[in-house]
Design a protein around this ligand. Structure first.
Ligand code: C5P
Length: 210
């Protein structure tokens, strides 16, 4: 199958030296891309700004902002059978980006932010027979909120995790996730290395595909 994966944060510029972003390191998405390639799938990885090496055999497209990530996903979507949206897309971007470095005094007061588009919701009308997999990083009991997102974003599978739980979340090698399906079925996995979570996820979405 052709597998498209997004990974990492997006970075939303305020001026040439400052930005709004989040703590995503891209580890989980890169692990999914690697596991999918190792399973014999053709993988395209759309990566936000991260410091990770491209997994062997994976075609990588680098982007910076949420709008660039959306454009890349729209371009790559027609060729894919499975889309795994593991990126931590910034929900907001500065309304304007100053072409010159803002002075401290000019930063006083409110930084005006506007909402970024939701990539999954934007492409949902073009889903067709593709399998869509999302992630839900929550703080606290993740499954209720993840179930809501699964339906709202038209997903076939959502990977929920509590990013504040020990051994889970950003910048660690392990994760403890629950897989949720549209029929209400869910599967809680034990604390595993992200590479192993990725392998299980690839095995699971392969059974959902054509
Ligand atoms: O941020 P949120 O919890 O809504 O993310 C859930 C899923 O939606 C993730 O798979 C994420 O990649 C995706 N998402 C997106 N576009 C956004 C925000 C999140 O596709 N602007």
């Amino acid at each position: 199958m052709n597998v498209l994966v997004t990974a990492g944060p997006t970075r939303e510029p305020i001026d040439p030296v400052r930005f709004v972003s989040n703590r995503s390191t891209g580890k989980m998405g890169f692990a999914v891309a690697q596991a999918a390639a190792e399973a014999g799938h053709a993988v395209t990885l759309i990566a936000g700004p991260v410091t990770l090496d491209t997994p062997p055999g994976v075609r990588r497209v680098d982007v910076t902002t949420a709008l660039e990530m959306l454009a890349a996903v729209e371009r790559e979507l027609p060729a894919c059978d499975v889309f795994v949206s593991a990126a931590a897309v910034a929900d907001w971007r500065p309304e304007t980006c100053s072409p010159t470095k803002l002075k401290k005094g000019e930063m006083d007061g409110v930084l005006r932010l506007v909402r970024n588009p939701d990539i999954l919701k934007t492409i949902l009308p073009r889903k067709g027979t593709r399998v869509f997999v999302g992630f839900a990083a929550e703080t606290g009991e993740p499954t209720a909120e993840a179930g809501r997102k699964l339906h709202e974003k038209g997903l076939d599978l959502i990977v929920a995790n509590d990013v504040t739980a020990p051994g889970a979340g950003f910048a660690v090698e392990t994760n403890r996730v629950t897989l949720l399906f549209p029929d209400g079925r869910h599967e809680a996995l034990p604390l595993l290395r992200k590479t192993e979570v990725a392998r299980r996820l690839v095995a699971t979405f392969a059974t959902l595909g054509r």
